[in-house]
Design a protein around this ligand. Structure first.
Ligand code: FAD
Length: 512
């Protein structure tokens, strides 16, 4: 087997014959000796002539076959249960692995099924109402269901990313996510994929319980199951093992741990703003004025060190929209989502500053919860400015010069915007670094620093500000056997794919 690189012009898809001929040349054999040829990676190169660069895997007669991704789910109707708290990527992929291993996943999800959830999501933008248990973060599929569905991750050490991508394709994601260098799914496809995963789990005997918020977890003595999960309303579930995959917004779970005296740790996170540019402007910058229909909308990643602290772009959404993704009705949290074509007229990204305990001495009295309280306070400050979900916003150059914007350009933010002095609303150590970073970003992307761009606040849920410690080998909570903190909320993942990988790792730890 040989992996080799090749390139073809943007508007030319290589035929099977062309791939075989290139493979034969790369392997030094006659084309007839090539038994199989697969594109494993594709990326757009806009530096010179517009090209797609391919990584191709060629198999010559006699080669061992490449790894096949096949998933065999068992019927687990009568098998031993494992409680999974949270039906996000970590919970869903843990459940799928448990099915393969012959254990019965019992998913307890505080939110609604994806179909019912859509109505609550619409109400957030239309009526400014945030349903406490059904919103952009809570509900079937977790925080990633109504998102850009970016699947790019650097966490290759956590497990086999391709295993997750292959499962996603089996459940309805576009096959090109298997080869795109920066794959994404989109909010028009994600809900269907999430539903198919649920159908697979329930048709094999696993259980899904929606509207089932876990409000207590009890370690049990005796010879029976080790754990009991109590849901709001009184329903209880028992099992030897519990996977806690409740995501980074479930502060009530952290409070539950605190009330029980179970170990938690503060964790650094990042906070800042979302910026929104016309997509055409980003295309012009990134493609040097050569963007043409058929080319993907351009992305960017930017980072600077300002006063010894990272200021970086986060979760960039080309052709996407900004959405209100708070889980509380008195806070503003911005995030981005897009459809599979990413064909909206605007580009948005979080631009955030690293935050650690040392930055928030005023919150010392909250102990482990200091960063969480700080995060919450910033979200509330943004809400208080308009007493609504309308996001405080300022033009980018005005923001850097400390000048209130007289008029604002149109924004995709679905709950509306209001002109505001963001430098006064954001914590000073954040706003000062952002003001210095934007002009520096312009050196890397000429045209990025412009008053055509909007700065909106705030982007605060980049990752969990608290970690639930677990043993590095067993993956169980440091002092609670049978309890497996998992995914983003526990502080062991960030993003859809890494959370899914963590779910698989925890399910492996339970079933090995
Ligand atoms: C709008 C938006 C866009 C995003 N875009 C991307 C992107 O493009 N790419 C990317 O990689 N990441 C993106 N993310 C982040 C990504 O969604 C998360 O990193 C990922 O979903 C974390 O997975 P998880 O399973 O650990 O937690 P979550 O997805 O947060 O799932 C946790 C689940 O637990 C449930 N839950 C919480 N508390 C309880 C309880 N007490 N009882 C029962 N259930 C409970 C919640 O309802 C939720 O469904 C986005 C997030 C948002 C909000």
């Amino acid at each position: 087997m040989k992996i080799f690189d090749a390139a073809w012009p943007l508007n030319h898809t290589p035929s099977a014959e062309e791939l075989s001929a290139a493979a034969a040349k790369a392997c030094g054999v006659k084309p007839g000796k090539i038994v199989r040829c697969d594109i494993v990676r594709r990326s757009l190169d806009a530096r010179g002539q517009l090209l797609y660069r391919y990584q191709i895997r060629a198999m010559v007669e006699g080669d061992a076959p490449a790894k096949a991704y096949e998933f065999h789910y068992k019927n687990v109707t009568s098998a031993k249960p494992v409680i999974i708290i949270g039906g996000g990527p970590a919970g869903m992929f843990a459940a799928l692995r448990l099915l393969e291993r012959g254990l019965k996943p019992v998913i307890l999800e505080r939110g609604k099924d994806v179909h019912s959830r859509k109505k609550d999501i619409a109400a957030i933008s239309v009526r400014g109402q945030v349903c406490a248990d059904s919103n952009y973060c809570y509900g079937e599929g977790g925080a990633g269901t109504f998102s850009d569905g970016k699947l790019f991750t650097r966490s290759s050490k956590r497990g086999d990313i391709y295993e997750v991508l292959h499962q996603m394709v089996n459940f309805g994601a576009q096959p090109q996510i298997l080869i795109d260098a920066r794959p994404h799914i989109g909010s028009d496809v994600l809900p269907k994929m999430v539903e198919s995963i649920r159908e697979c789990i329930t048709s094999h005997g696993g259980e899904y319980h929606f509207n089932s918020k876990v409000i207590d977890l009890k370690p049990l003595g005796g010879d029976g199951p080790r754990w009991e999960a109590v849901c709001e309303g009184g329903l209880t579930f028992k099992a030897d093992n519990v996977i806690l995959a409740s995501g980074h917004s479930a502060s009530d779970i952290y409070s539950l741990f605190d009330a029980k005296g179970w170990q938690l740790e503060p964790k650094d996170f990042a906070l800042g703003v979302r910026v929104e540019h016309p997509q055409s402007l980003i295309n012009n910058i990134q493609y040097h004025g050569r963007w043409q229909p058929g080319m993907p909308p351009a992305e960017y990643y930017l980072a600077e060190q300002i006063d010894g602290r990272g200021v970086f772009s986060f979760c960039m959404c080309p052709g996407g929209i900004l959405v209100p993704s708070s889980t509380e009705s008195d806070g503003i949290v911005l995030n981005g989502m897009s459809n599979s074509l990413r064909n909206g007229p605007r580009a948005n990204a979080g631009i955030v500053v690293q935050v650690s305990l040392a930055d928030v001495p005023d919150y010392d009295r909250f102990g482990t919860f200091a960063l969480l309280e700080f995060q919450r306070q910033v979200e509330k400050t943004m809400f208080s400015y308009s007493n609504s979900l309308k996001a405080p916003a300022q033009r980018m150059v005005d923001f850097c010069r400390g000048k209130q914007s007289a008029g604002l350009p149109a924004s995709s933010y679905t709950a509306g915007i209001t002109a505001a002095p963001l430098t006064e609303l954001l914590p000073q150590f954040v706003s000062e670094r952002l003001r210095r970073a934007f002009p520096l970003f312009d050196r890397k992307m000429k045209g990025f620093y412009t008053n055509e761009a909007l700065v909106l606040a705030c982007e605060s849920r980049t990752s969990s500000p608290i970690r639930i410690p677990r043993d590095a080998t067993t993956l169980q909570h440091a002092s609670l056997p049978g309890l497996y903190p998992c995914g983003e909320g526990a502080g062991y993942a960030g993003g859809i794919v890494s959370s899914a990988l963590d779910g698989i790792a925890v399910a492996n730890a339970i079933s090995d």
